[in-house]
Design a protein around this ligand. Structure first.
Ligand SMILES: *[C@@H]1O[C@H](CO)[C@@H](O)[C@H](O)[C@H]1NC(C)=O
Ligand SMILES: *[C@@H]1O[C@H](CO)[C@@H](O)[C@H](O)[C@H]1NC(C)=O
Ligand SMILES: *[C@@H]1O[C@H](CO)[C@@H](O)[C@H](O)[C@H]1NC(C)=O
Ligand SMILES: *[C@@H]1O[C@H](CO)[C@@H](O)[C@H](O)[C@H]1NC(C)=O
Ligand SMILES: *[C@@H]1O[C@H](CO)[C@@H](O)[C@H](O)[C@H]1NC(C)=O
Ligand SMILES: *[C@@H]1O[C@H](CO)[C@@H](O)[C@H](O)[C@H]1NC(C)=O
Ligand SMILES: *[C@@H]1O[C@H](CO)[C@@H](O)[C@H](O)[C@H]1NC(C)=O
Ligand SMILES: *[C@@H]1O[C@H](CO)[C@@H](O)[C@H](O)[C@H]1NC(C)=O
Ligand SMILES: *[C@@H]1O[C@H](CO)[C@@H](O)[C@H](O)[C@H]1NC(C)=O
Length: 868
């Protein structure tokens, strides 16, 4: 028996190795040296493996070096990654996210390294669990501080990322020293369970070779082979070429070219082990290649038995040309295991074994969270930069869900049932993503800095039973749909008072031990505000600067009889609105006023809410701006409610534009009207706290006084009117055809940008002289925006601009104006400009128009500077 030493095979072998090193290298490898400084990319000079630091794979954890006595240079043979660790004192589950270059559906070898090395100086050995994705992998335990624990698993990837999670079981802080992932040929290491199990490495032995390093660059899957031999065995080694590729297992040369056979020809070659877990399902993969040159009268034929049962169906003859791999087709369970490699009776030579790998099967029986919930919660995590330890699957493993999350556990998947983000530093509006958590029952967002409106879509969460929004910065009211569920008792709702009702007065209704102080404080504040305003008005009146009418002795609250006498028994109707009829009135000093009688609200509820009406009306009295129609008083008694405004001689813009007076409305005058109304809206949005959304911006609500100064009317009406009337508002006012923000239509979320949309329509009416809804020659109704769009798209002014202007305008100014108007009517609210941006742009339009004929516009220019 002498070793086969063919030169030809030797050359082939060298070639094959060269191809491997250059062609494959470490392609698809992920090699993390946990605990090294960020962005470090060291190479292990022994294995030539290129490592990286953790920072692309995990955001949590703290780096440590092992203590001196366990690290380099005291222990020069320490495996590369063991000198430092990343430790996870926070959160019960910390996960590395490994993104797979070869993608899902493939088999991967994952290996994790651990050595405690007293890195934390506590001399206390932790015990913790490892998971791959949602499934248990292994428990990590140490015998002593220098114990090197290496865990390895072969797992099929179900998605393009694999999570490796360390779970704190309350037995010490988890840590990790190194983490490696290698793509493996998916057609090997198969079991009868297909992809339903992962294989956890139990032992991997290179039989008969005692001088090996255990890890070889020509092992594409970078397995680590431990040396194993026995005193009753002989080592056999060859340098001949052996093809390891054919069956896909690709054992490295060093492993396959060494083997052992029993010293005594008739003895079997036996491997024995005892399992801690009698239910563990074992698989063994045995490698064979003939390393000796057989004489004609020699033969080697082998049988493999496992606890007495054959592993291979028939006996076989190892080949000297290529390696063979045998494994049991069905899992073997039990406590004691004996694998026996025996020669057959007709074999003249003893059996041989080159290598063996033993695994236990780990079922993949845990479920993941449904993808919709995962996407939604990740979106929430990203939107608010949630700083919790949230990694891996939100709900799974079910004993360790993400902090603040509770899940439903049924037999197919998990869904998020509760989410507690209280005091988590959330900022901004409530994200749409919450809506996608379709099974959510409890949502606690209290004590954050959430802003804007409480969105309607929260009411779409059918299962929601608890909603805590307290301690945030929401503006506006809780949507009716939510209030309805709250009132029906199906939703426990906690909100700040300012979001619960229109006015301080309704706080009285709450069973709140702060009622008396709040009521008194409110009354005092209202009183102070009212006095302050009267004082300001009186002062301004002295200076002659206040343009609105004044009521005798600052009176603002009227009785029905007084209103009746002011309007001369309601004899002159000057308008009709959704709320009721508007009458002309005249005060004793001759000031003309407009009195809006609110439609009869003689139902019993309105009686109860009349004091609320009063408080709101008082509050509205405090809103003052030169471009807001002055609200000068109200009537609120048993018989009726009325709002009293200054009278605007030139009526509303809609009527004006369609009257013969429009002939004289120059482009410059139109620009002034646009700027005036824009400033009025800007004040409502930005100057009022909380902001007031008008909700019904339209040319009919823009009033013109004697000097054609424009003022916004009807602002805050929806605030003033009793809540029970809001449905009425929705149908008759908030939905004025042609002005309604389409996004509001879809989402029912109303905000400042809805006003911007409506204002865009107003601007388009101003420039075109058309109404918001245009009847085409074909008898079709189209919006003014749709009418303008083709011209705008083609860059044409002609055909769009009101013919009444007779071309008397700066094209630059008109074009810019058109751009502003069209940007206001954009589909998405967030794409629309704010009112202050609009004001600035419109002023530029005016400047462009004034630049057209500088001389003749001098006095207007002066006026314009005053306005600023
Ligand atoms: C670990 O030791 C290295 C080399 O001495 C040093 O650069 C690194 O900062 C140490 N890391 C920590 C977390 O102390
Ligand atoms: C630590 O445990 C390992 C594994 O059991 C053992 O080989 C080693 O000798 C132990 N070292 C010390 C210092 O006890
Ligand atoms: C894997 O599990 C699925 C679902 O339980 C089952 O339908 C399938 O037959 C299993 N495959 C194998 C190979 O066991
Ligand atoms: C291992 O190495 C030693 C010394 O380097 C050598 O004497 C021995 O033959 C080698 N054994 C094998 C099996 O290669
Ligand atoms: C995987 O192994 C099989 C043989 O079992 C082989 O046919 C196939 O080409 C290998 N795949 C890759 C990607 O190497
Ligand atoms: C095989 O033949 C050789 C001589 O060629 C002899 O020395 C050897 O004993 C034979 N072996 C067996 C098992 O018959
Ligand atoms: C919410 O669900 C819708 C429809 O299923 C989807 O289009 C949207 O992207 C999801 N949003 C998030 C944040 O997951
Ligand atoms: C949310 O967590 C906070 C503390 O973290 C707790 O006070 C509160 O009760 C929790 N909310 C719910 C609904 O369980
Ligand atoms: C609300 O917003 C204001 C300013 O926008 C900020 O100063 C305040 O801290 C916020 N309140 C809360 C509770 O976050």
């Amino acid at each position: 028996m002498r070793a086969n030493n063919s030169l030809f095979y030797g050359i082939l072998c060298a070639l094959a190795t060269a191809i491997l090193v250059h062609g494959q290298g470490q392609s698809g490898y992920i090699s993390i040296d946990c605990g090294i400084p960020p962005h470090d990319k060291p190479q292990d000079i022994v294995t030539k493996i290129n490592y990286v630091s953790d920072d692309d794979f995990i955001t949590t954890g703290i780096n440590f070096n092992v203590s001196e006595e366990y690290g380099y240079p005291k222990n020069p043979v320490l495996p590369y990654t063991l000198g430092d660790v990343r430790s996870f004192p926070q959160g019960n589950r910390n996960c590395y996210t490994l993104t797979l270059s070869k993608g899902k559906g493939n088999l991967y070898l994952i290996r994790a390294w651990f050595m405690y090395g007293n890195y934390d100086g506590k001399n206390s050995l932790p015990e913790f669990d490892l998971y791959v994705n949602v499934n248990f992998w292994s428990t990590v335990k140490f015998k002593n501080a220098s114990d090197q624990v290496i865990k390895e698993i072969l797992s099929f990837a179900e998605s393009d990322t694999i999570y490796v999670c360390l779970v704190n079981k309350g037995k010490g802080t988890p840590f990790i020293s190194g983490l490696e992932l290698r793509p493996v040929n998916s057609s090997i290491y198969s079991t009868e369970f297909g992809r339903n199990v992962s294989l956890v490495l139990y032992q991997r032995w290179d039989i008969g070779y005692l001088n090996g390093t255990g890890r070889y660059q020509d092992d594409r899957f970078d397995r680590i082979w431990s040396s194993y031999s026995s005193i009753s065995w002989d080592s056999v080694i060859t340098s001949a070429y052996i093809d390891v590729f054919q069956n896909g297992y690709w054992p490295p040369d060093e492993v396959i070219k060494s083997a052992a056979s029993p010293k005594s020809v008739d003895d079997p070659l036996e491997l024995i082990w005892t399992s801690d877990d009698p239910n563990a399902r074992f698989y063994a993969y045995l490698y064979f290649a003939e390393l000796e040159t057989l004489e004609k009268n020699e033969s080697r034929k082998i049988n493999i038995l496992w606890n007495g049962s054959p592993v291979s169906e028939t006996s076989f003859v190892p080949s000297s040309k290529y390696s063979m791999t045998f494994s049991n087709s069905k899992a073997v369970t039990g406590k004691d295991h004996l694998v026996s490699v025996q020669k057959t009776v007709d074999s003249t030579l003893p059996p041989i074994l080159n290598a063996i790998e033993i695994f236990t099967a780990q079922s993949l029986d845990e479920f993941s969270t449904i993808i919709e919930d995962v996407q939604a919660i990740k979106n929430i995590k990203g939107t608010y930069k949630v700083s919790k330890v949230w990694s891996g699957d939100p709900c799974s493993p079910r004993l360790y869900p993400w902090e603040g999350i509770g899940c439903s556990n049924n037999n197919h998947n998990h869904q998020i049932k509760s989410l507690n983000l209280s005091s988590s530093g959330l900022q901004g509006p409530i994200a749409m993503a919450f809506k996608n958590l379709s099974l959510l029952e409890s949502l606690d967002l209290s004590n954050n800095d959430l802003q804007q409106n409480v969105p309607e879509f929260l009411a779409d969460l059918k299962h929601l039973k608890l909603l805590n929004l307290k301690g945030n910065n929401f503006t506006g009211l809780i949507p009716k749909s939510l209030m309805k569920r709250f009132k029906a008792g199906s939703l426990a709702l906690s909100v700040d008072d300012q979001n619960l009702c229109h006015s301080p007065s309704c706080q009285d209704k709450k069973k709140n031990n702060m009622v008396v102080p709040i009521a008194v404080a409110t009354a005092v504040i209202v009183l102070i505000v009212v006095l302050l305003i009267i004082w300001i008005i009186l002062r301004q009146r002295k200076k002659g600067a206040y343009s609105g009418p004044l009521l005798p002795s600052g009176k603002r609250r009227f009785t029905y009889n007084e209103v009746s006498s002011i309007t001369k028994n309601f004899n002159k109707v000057i308008g009709k609105g959704g709320f009721g009829i508007v009458y002309l009135g005249c005060l004793e000093d001759g000031t003309e006023i407009a009195i809006k009688m609110i439609k009869d609200t003689s139902s019993t509820e309105s009686q109860g809410s009349s004091s609320k009406f009063q408080v709101e009306a008082e509050l509205l009295l405090t809103v003052h701006h030169r471009n807001l129609a002055s609200f000068v008083g109200y009537c609120d008694d048993d018989r009726s409610m009325a709002l009293i405004y200054e009278y605007m001689a030139n009526g509303n813009l809609q009527d004006y534009l369609s009257s013969e007076k429009a002939e004289d409305l120059s482009w410059e005058k139109r620009l002034h009207i646009a700027i005036d109304s824009a400033q009025g809206l800007e004040y409502l949005h930005d100057g009022c706290r909380p902001p007031i959304v008008h909700r019904d911006v339209k040319t009919a609500n823009i009033l013109l006084n004697n000097n054609l100064e424009a003022k916004i009317a009807d602002f805050g009406l929806s605030k003033v009117l009793p809540e029970d009337d809001l449905t009425h508002v929705v149908t008759s006012v908030m939905g004025t055809l042609g002005y309604v923000d389409p996004e509001y239509y879809r989402t029912f979320v109303l905000n400042e940008k809805s006003d911007v949309y409506s204002f865009g329509v107003v601007l388009l009416e101003l420039i075109t002289g058309q109404r918001a809804i245009i009847k085409t020659d074909e008898g079709e109704n189209i919006s003014v925006a749709d009418f303008v769009w083709p011209f705008f798209d083609a860059g044409e002014l002609e055909g769009v601009v009101d013919p009444l202007l007779h071309g008397e305008f700066s094209p630059d100014s008109a074009w810019k104006f058109m751009e502003v108007a069209m940007s206001c009517v954009r589909e998405r609210g967030y794409n629309r400009p704010t009112m202050s941006q609009i004001v600035a742009e419109l002023k530029q339009c005016l400047a462009a128009e004034l630049a057209r004929e500088p001389q003749s516009h001098e006095d207007e220019a002066v006026k314009e500077t005053k306005q600023n």
